[in-house]
Design a protein around this ligand. Sequence first.
Ligand code: RM4
Ligand code: MN
Ligand code: MN
Length: 409
Amino acid sequence: MARWEKQYVLLEESLRERGENPERVKAALKKQVIELPSWAVGNSGTRYGTFRSDGAAVTIWDKIDDCAEIQRVVGVCPVMASHVLWDVTDDGRYAPVREYAAGKGLAIGTVHPNTFMGQQFRYGSICSPRAEVRAGTVAHFRDCVRIAREMGSRVIGMWLADGTNYAGQDSLRERKHRLLEGLQALYGAMDPGMTLLLEYKPFEPGFYSTDVQDWGMSLLTCTKLGPRAKVLVDLGHHLQGVNIEQIIAILLDEGRLGGFHLNNRKYADDDLMAGSTNPYELFLIYNELVDAAQAGLPVDIVYMLDQSHNIEPSLEGIIQSVLNTQKAYAKALLVDRAALRKAQADTDVVLANRALMSAFEQDVEPLLAQVRVELGRDPDPLAAYRRGGYAAKIASARKGQGINTLGGG
Ligand code: RM4
Ligand code: MN
Ligand code: MN
């Protein structure tokens, strides 16, 4: 028996002792799905430069191969999210992408339009004061819906880089109207079964004003669009000190939380590995998700990573993020909710906080190792990835293929 197996037996015992069914916890962990970002497997960087890795993915086909390798070791990522302009095919057809991915055991998840990489977007896309830019953006939206349809995706993830850099540059109210009009065009072009996720970000690249600057603006806009429009929360898109888990609780309660872009931040939109800087925050977010699900609220959410692996090897950074996210979820599942609720009812602040802290401090590695083995995976995915020699294989197979130098996410 490996050490983790002995530890798992003890953990199982203690769960049963407090009336928790370990099978229920494992079943939830097995059902967890995290979409892999096609844009994170290639080279990415900051506006100051990009450190290149041999064999980094360039084409959408490479990206699918890389995501399939990640899924081979982690087992909870059978979906790849796509960023359309970075994932173009030579012939503009996308049904073959769906087939190729399916052959590797993957589906294509959220499709992200790109309205920020083009000279025409200097003053914005759908919020631009120039009517021809707005019309061109709407045409791109229609094409994105076609691409999503061909790839078998049901979700459009929309982040707008629109904003202004100087006070007085444009009318803030008129921009608000143009925003709604543009998104209504996108929403109207979507198939009935498709969902629109609207992401917010407090600043950058517009430094004076951002048209969808926070969850309030995203929620307000979604409410006007219709029931299939929901808020997308990118963990990096908040100012210092913002209580993200409270935003999650409110959006869940309103039935308007649609998705996550998981990553971690220290200062701004740093796009660091999920759970690497503030694992407690990630745990508290999952705690709200678990709490809402257990209260019977509909929790129909798309979980994606959105990261930029600037110094770490991309695939390893992604694997580590998946493992950290699983850990946060596992700990949230272990919260003794009966004890928590009792402490809350008794206004016992200390015990209530302790109920959360003791779940957070619990070592869930043995539990996750057990889940991985039951999913037919190695208990240590990172070690399995390193042992498999995939990095060396792509470094030689993709030699001379060209480079991909995206900006930061
Ligand atoms: C933005 C935002 C979007 C991402 C782009 C590249 O900051 O997070 O989701 O697609 O970066
Ligand atoms: Mn994002
Ligand atoms: Mn971002």
